[in-house]
Design a protein around this ligand. Structure first.
Ligand code: SF4
Ligand code: SF4
Length: 331
């Protein structure tokens, strides 16, 4: 196993004293064979979740760190921007026209990934409902040079900055829809609220799920954040082609698992709420995450996250698949 300067990791006793009796893996449904919707676990109102004390503790760590404080101030300016109410008669036009105009507007905003999917009930947490028909997914890329400092403060600050950028893009799109007489609501992290964002992002073809539990995109690897806008405006799905054979790549790669200080990333898939998938051990990850500005090591060490690398990997994987086909024909 590769050496990590952050190993061995022993969590601070004051943090572990806040760890609830219920394992986060149990809440997440690890080992459950039957499908059920996900339960709230983190980035929620802390008074409503088992790990709420841990979530609060995260914000007590190095609160005066100047780079984090500056990034939080920048994001606060975005969060203060008011979204106008719905105005005028609802514009009536075809779903195709709406989608085309929306995509053209989104292309003028600060975001890197854009997609549209019909909202599914299973994309909300247990006990939640969202009364919207469509979800517009957005992705904003990190500055890789900043992320390379993970798990130190500049990487944590970059994540905060990108959440701010994602929030601005969401608010712009929400405003654009409301000005045309239709309801829309923005949804940007880090708070999870009612919505799971990874499944709709996968549906929009933003990428495929990697061993480290994050989406891998061909152009940005895992170095990006998600946001969404919910609306009832008539739309048509808009999906990028995914299938870069990430699953195959991850099954032969151990880079993130070796680099993760608390060894939270499993080398085999496990069944989670009825589905076999790569899984990150919540109980191991969260103490390190909390003590290290949100960590991010697994995102940045992933070869796909290195700028320009993803498209080369895709080509390599294509050639490999072709060679395998030829070998099969010869048999
Ligand atoms: S974020 Fe969690 S899973 Fe990823 S490297 Fe850090 S501790 Fe490990
Ligand atoms: S580091 Fe390797 S195993 Fe981990 S997610 Fe990236 S490609 Fe997959």
């Amino acid at each position: 196993m590769a050496k990590s300067p952050y190993r061995p990791f022993t969590p601070k006793p004051e943090q572990m004293a806040l760890m609830p009796e219920t394992s986060g893996n149990t809440i997440n449904g690890m080992g459950e064979e039957e499908f059920r919707r996900a339960s709230h676990i983190y980035w929620q109102d802390p008074d409503t979740i088992e790990h709420g004390k841990l979530q609060k503790w995260f914000y007590t760590q190095d609160p005066d760190n100047p780079v984090i404080a500056r990034a939080r101030e920048e994001r606060a300016e975005v969060l203060d921007i008011e979204i106008p109410p719905i105005s005028g008669e609802p514009l009536q036009q075809s779903a195709e026209d709406w989608s085309r105009q929306l995509a053209a507007y989104a292309a003028t905003r600060e975001l890197e990934l854009f997609g549209i999917a019909a909202l599914k009930p299973e994309w909300t947490y247990e006990g939640e409902t969202l009364d919207y028909r469509w979800i517009i997914m957005l992705g904003v890329a990190h500055d890789y040079e900043q992320m390379k400092t993970a798990p130190e403060a500049p990487a944590g600050a970059e994540v905060v900055r990108q959440y701010g950028r994602a929030s601005k893009a969401c608010k712009d799109i929400t405003t654009w829809i409301r000005q045309r007489g239709w309801d829309a609501v923005p949804h940007a992290g880090p708070m999870a609220g009612a919505l799971l964002m990874v499944p709709p992002a996968l549906e929009c073809g933003f990428g495929e799920l990697g061993k480290h539990g994050s989406i891998i995109n061909r152009d940005y690897g895992s170095s990006f954040r998600l946001a969404a806008v919910l609306t009832n405006v008539p739309l048509v799905p808009r999906r990028d082609k995914a299938n870069y054979h990430v699953d195959d790549f991850c099954s032969r790669c151990q880079v993130c698992a070796n680099a993760c200080p608390p060894e939270a990333i499993g080398s085999e898939k496990v069944v989670v709420r009825g589905k076999s998938k790569w899984y990150v051990n919540f109980d191991k990850c969260i103490p390190f995450f909390n003590e290290h500005f949100g960590c991010g090591i697994c995102i940045v060490v992933c070869p796909w996250s290195k700028p320009g690398r993803g498209s080369r990997i895709v080509e390599q994987l294509k050639r490999r698949a072709q060679r395998q086909k030829v070998q099969q024909w010869k048999k």
